[in-house]
Design a protein. Structure first.
Length: 289
């Protein structure tokens, strides 16, 4: 049950048609303030347990399976690595074959692992804390959905990472099975998934919040920073990041969007009215939405 603030606005009356107006009579507007109660669902998101629970279990299981495969590949034969030629890489990505910054790699790892617990901040918010189990399931569904797409892409594309072309990198590292997980960029994409998911959910629970763009700007900055660092680290090509980040953004936004509660009472409702022989408008503002 929620309280709504109901304003009744009277319309002006005109005694004659617009084509023959020679005088106008204004009926004093009578403004009434009415408090009323409305019954409606309060949840911002709605789950279908018969679909969402099995789907999340499936995507989580597949992500774990996929990661076990792409990170336990057999080593690439030495002659294959030595035959890699940067000249065969497209013009956009070619220069990245010479990048290798361990500091950038470490910084990208910090952003990656630091973003993972971000939704725990929801527990600090009274409105969101009551829906913690639901939000937890949606978060797991988002990250496992992205993880499934990344693992599938890495297994299918089988693209060598930039550092495998770098003659200054240790040969053993270049031959490692993980060196063929370049496409698409996982770290930046996952950071985008987590940060945009968090921004979207927080904004949905706080529709009254102004400057929501700040949340999305911070989310985008974290994802792009991770992408730049992975490029400088020689872990991903530019094109890898150009695909991975948008996939992550879409995943982070779509999972909560597809679970929005369509039966939730609207924040604003305007209806025509006729009271005391005067036409008017009801403007209903839901203060608790």
């Amino acid at each position: 049950m929620k309280f709504c603030f109901l304003l009744v606005f009277s319309l002006f009356y005109f005694q004659k048609g617009f084509s023959q107006i020679d005088s106008v009579t204004i009926i004093p507007a009578k403004t009434e303030v009415i408090f009323s109660t409305v019954h409606h669902l309060q949840q911002d998101y709605k789950l279908n347990n018969a679909i969402d629970i099995p789907l999340t279990i499936l995507t989580t299981g597949y992500t774990l399976y996929g990661f076990s495969k792409i990170y336990s590949r057999e080593s690439t034969p030495e002659f294959v690595i030595l035959a890699l030629n940067p000249a065969n890489v497209n013009r956009l990505d070619r220069r990245v074959t010479g990048y290798r910054s361990i500091k950038a790699k470490d910084a990208s790892d910090k952003l990656f692992y630091g973003s993972m617990p971000l939704p725990l901040l929801f527990l600090l918010d009274k409105k969101m804390r009551k829906d913690a189990p639901k939000l937890g399931l949606l978060y797991l569904q988002a990250v496992s959905s992205f993880g499934s797409m990344y693992a599938s892409s890495a297994m299918i594309a089988d693209r060598f990472r930039p550092y495998t072309y770098n003659p200054n990198e240790d040969l053993g590292k270049r031959r490692g099975g993980g060196g063929k997980n370049s496409f698409f960029a996982g770290h930046p994409g996952m950071v985008a998934t987590v940060t945009f998911f968090s921004a979207k959910v927080y904004a949905d629970y706080h529709p009254e919040m102004r400057n929501k763009w700040i949340l999305y700007t911070l989310a985008g900055s974290a994802a792009l920073a991770t992408g730049v660092l992975r490029i400088k680290a020689g872990e991903h090509f530019i094109s890898d990041v150009m695909v991975g980040v948008p996939v992550g953004v879409a995943t982070g936004l779509l999972v909560p969007y597809l679970h929005r509660n369509k039966n939730k009472a609207p924040r604003y409702t305007i209806l025509p009215s006729y009271r005391n022989k005067q036409p008017g408008l009801y403007a209903m503002v839901n203060l608790n939405n």
